[in-house]
Design a protein around this ligand. Structure first.
Ligand code: SF4
Length: 359
């Protein structure tokens, strides 16, 4: 099977006890049935602890019941007890996979690293060069799928164009995001008409569009309301949102100056979300929703960054984006809530997102 991944993917190694924010705290680990079966038969004290620590949650998933927000196997040293006692091969699928994410597309897959992991975040922003992608055969057999081939080829072609738009450094990042939204809307129309999109990177997507400052403020308000209603994975989230809502015009001006000098970071964010979600439209045909989630996420990350006391530090800006990813992307409930808001609220229409980007 062909596997496409960003250039930094193969450089990832978990930094384990050196990690500033372990992935084994803040959420419950879902244990796959094969691992749960093995854990049920494990011997010794670790076997007893494995059996004691598993429970079925309200969704019917087997999980490790967290203790004070931490996985019960996360040692004081922040090393994993299952890994140290039983070896790497005994980890369940969730722990083996994280922070890798995979989109299976039948004969091909796309693999990346989740921004919520500090080491992955470091790699994603390790170079200001445009993020490039590699494709290699991984020896796995293609998987049966029910993806519509016309839709698939439309999306493959469109994803390349979308990333080219986002990486077109002849334009400011806000203009690129506007062109991206407009381009994805056009592709969505082609999908509805069941045609293979044949939309070149035309200058029309970069042409100026009228905007309304009032509508931009309303959309931002709705954006905060949506984020405030999410399940909280970290107690700091509300305070961070509160600061983001109260950025002074002076601070905003200062941040815009920093942003103009580091636009590649926002570009990398947009490319990260696009690579991660664009092709998932192959399963439901809803490309415009994925595009809006990308733009909304970039806007939210930039506002959270602007609220930081030390936003001139690159490491602080990356940490704010990483925390957004952890809060939003790593809770199925939160992703569903944001997706529903995008789908239902007129506030998240393309024209309103363009209003925010044009401010
Ligand atoms: S968040 Fe990333 S670096 Fe940290 S423990 Fe998890 S996989 Fe390792």
């Amino acid at each position: 099977m062909k596997n496409t991944y960003p250039y930094y993917y193969k450089d990832f190694t978990c930094i384990a006890d050196k990690c500033p924010d372990t992935c084994c705290a803040g959420w419950q680990i879902v244990v796959d049935s094969e691992s749960a079966g093995k854990y049920s038969c494990a011997g010794g004290e670790i076997g007893n602890k494995l059996r004691r620590s598993m429970a079925v949650d309200s969704d019917g998933d087997t999980v490790f019941v967290s203790q004070n927000g931490r996985c019960p196997f996360l040692l004081e040293s922040n090393l994993c007890e299952i890994y140290t006692e039983l070896g790497k091969e005994s980890l369940c699928k969730t722990c083996t996979l994280f922070p890798r994410h995979i989109t299976h597309l039948g004969s091909r897959k796309e693999t990346g690293l989740s921004l919520s992991c500090p080491e992955a975040a470091r790699l994603i922003f390790s170079s200001s060069e445009p993020i490039s992608f590699e494709t290699a055969e991984d020896g796995a057999m293609p998987e049966p799928n029910s993806i519509d081939p016309t839709l698939y080829f439309t999306l493959v072609k469109a994803q390349k164009t979308a990333i080219n738009i986002l990486q077109n450094r002849d334009f400011a990042i806000a203009q690129r995001l506007i062109a991206f939204v407009r381009f994805c809307d056009r592709v969505q129309q082609e999908i509805r008409a069941k045609k293979i999109a044949d939309v070149a990177v035309a200058a029309e997507f970069f042409a100026p569009v009228p905007f309304s400052k009032v509508k931009a403020e309303n959309t931002l308000k709705k954006c905060f309301e949506t984020l405030e209603c999410l399940e909280k994975l970290d107690v700091r989230w509300n305070a961070e949102l509160e600061s983001a809502k109260n950025i002074t015009p002076e601070k905003s001006k200062e941040f815009r100056k920093i942003l103009s000098e580091s636009e590649w970071e926002a570009e990398h964010l947009a490319v990260y979300f696009t690579f991660r979600y664009f092709m998932t439209a192959a399963f439901d045909g809803k490309l415009a929703e994925k595009a809006k989630f990308t733009v909304l996420s970039v806007i939210a990350c930039l506002i959270l960054q602007a609220a930081l006391p030390d936003f001139s530090q690159k490491s602080a800006r990356i940490e704010a984006a990483r925390r957004y990813s952890k809060e939003v992307e790593h809770s199925a409930e939160n992703m569903a809530a944001v997706t529903l808001a995008i789908k239902k609220s007129r506030c998240f229409g393309s024209d309103n997102l363009i209003n925010i980007l044009s401010r």
